[in-house]
Design a binder for this molecule. Structure first.
Ligand code: TGC
Ligand code: FAD
Length: 393
């Protein structure tokens, strides 16, 4: 049954005053889209573990694919606050839908824009911006997740093309993607990005099943068995691990805002429920223990909103560091997970049902806290940044 979306966004410190009219317009139009198109159907798709493919066109129309890519390539030409607000609103609907948008914009369009040739930009970006083409990003391998530098996927020179071999796993959008930006080692041991197209012989994308998290997002493997990739599909302007990690900066930034959207939805749901649900002849929101939960939730949301807003300003000025982005990604996901767990308890038994979005957000966030760098990896990035000492290896 389609659900009515009563979401009201918390703004305890009047942070709307920090936004321009354009920011608010973008945020509100995405919010309306999510209320109309995503929340009424998302629970059913998540329960069935199916990606709602019909949303792709609309996501392209609201500018969720490549908001910061220049308009001449079909992107939105927007600043980073706008990008963040779009991700916040989309993830308020569902982290899996935000994943699709993050991968498309930050992990497929961004590397083609930042590292690609002019021909590659013109060939792929406009179609990716509308959703006519969908993309995925292959970095993680079965034996190389947190340590992507050890990857085994490799390519060998064969004249006008290269021969690609190896496998990637846990790849969002893989089962339906038209193209994959794949990171692989050349014979010189250097990592480069290749655009692999669906239909190339030896390239397959088996779907990953039985996920308890991000059920409305399609995840799969990328398998390369002597795939002939034309040399013109190699991204010419980057080599080394900084290529994929540069893309992750973009996506992690989007998650820092996105996870807050999920947190806000859980808080808003719990707040409303606490005023309506009566036990011992009183709304449960009148009990101190429930108020403690709500007060801590809104405090955490407000602090995180300030952090991502400031990060957005720095990012728009090209001054945000990778370590600052790590801190914000980690913080937003941590508070969102805690809020989802507390909010679920506030709904009692109803909290475990699909009548409310909280349990879905909570389960989704278990992926968000792992992908794009795990919680602990981001902590180590902060640790290394402040001490100058590397605790990874
Ligand atoms: P390290 O030696 O530190 O660095 C290698 C080179 O990369 C440079 N670099 C960065 N460049 C840009 N942005 C960053 N954030 C960067 N971090 C490092 C670095 O300066 C160096 O450059 P150069 O010129 O000297 O070569 O690398 P390391 O091997 O020690 O690894 C460091 C570590 C652990 C932090 C890194 O590998 C890491 O972040 N691991 C986590 C892996 C990860 O996040 N994977 C995500 C896969 S994609 C995904 O999850 C998509 S989910 C999408 C969705 O559905 O929403
Ligand atoms: P591991 O690296 O094996 O880590 C296991 C544990 O060890 C973690 O707790 C980790 O924090 C800890 N650990 C590792 N190294 C250290 C260390 N040095 N010090 C202390 N602790 C350490 N990848 C892509 O390339 N593209 C995608 O589109 C994509 N989408 C994904 C979608 C989903 C739903 C999921 C779950 C994952 C996705 N990933 C994707 C992969 C994701 O980025 C990895 O799962 C993540 O980077 C962690 O790698 P791993 O799972 O191999 O865990």
């Amino acid at each position: 049954m389609a659900k009515t979306d009563l979401f009201e966004s918390p703004d305890y410190y009047l942070l709307d005053e920090l936004l321009t009219e354009e920011h608010k317009l973008i945020r509100n139009s995405v919010r309306e889209y999510v209320k109309k198109e995503v929340t009424p159907i998302i629970e059913d798709y998540a329960q069935r573990a199916e990606f709602p493919k019909h949303l792709i066109k609309g996501l392209g129309e609201i500018g969720a694919f490549g908001p910061t890519i220049p308009t001449e390539y079909g992107g939105g030409g927007l600043d980073y606050i706008s990008y963040g607000l779009i991700m916040q609103e989309v993830e308020r609907g569902d982290s899996g839908i935000r994943s699709t948008a993050s991968v498309q914009g930050s992990l497929v369009m961004y590397p083609i824009y930042a590292y690609g040739s002019e021909e590659q930009r013109r060939k792929y970006l406009p179609k990716l911006a509308t959703g006519e083409y969908m993309g995925c990003f292959g970095l993680t391998e079965p034996n190389h997740g947190s340590n992507p530098g050890g990857m085994l996927t490799n390519y060998k020179d064969a004249g006008d093309h290269v021969i690609l071999n190896g496998a990637k796993m846990w790849i969002s959008n893989a089962p339906f993607a038209d193209i994959a930006v794949v990171w692989a080692k050349g014979e010189d041991g250097k990592i480069r990005g290749l655009i692999v197209e669906r239909g190339m012989e030896g390239f397959s994308t088996p779907e990953t099943h039985n996920k308890w998290s991000l059920r409305a997002s399609a995840t799969g493997e990328l398998v390369f068995d002597n795939v002939k990739v034309p040399k013109e599909n190699i991204l010419p302007n980057v080599e080394g691990l900084k290529g994929p990690l540069g893309c992750l900066n973009q996506a992690r930034y989007g998650i820092a805002w996105g996870a807050l959207g999920a947190a806000m939805d859980c808080y808003d749901t719990a707040l409303r429920y606490s005023k309506e649900r009566v036990q011992f002849d009183r709304p449960i929101g009148g009990f101190q223990l429930q108020q403690k939960k709500l007060a801590e939730m809104i405090t955490d949301i407000t602090k995180a909103q300030l952090l991502v807003w400031r990060l957005g300003v720095l990012k728009s000025e090209n001054r945000a560091t990778a370590a600052q982005i790590s801190m914000a990604k980690r913080n937003s996901v941590e508070i969102a997970l805690n809020i989802s767990r507390e909010a679920r308890q506030m709904l009692g038994g109803m909290g475990i049902t699909g009548e409310y979005p909280i349990m879905r957000h909570m389960m989704n966030l278990e992926s968000v806290v792992t992908y794009e760098g795990t919680h602990d990896i981001h902590l180590l990035i902060t640790g290394m940044d402040v001490t100058g000492l590397n605790a990874f290896k």
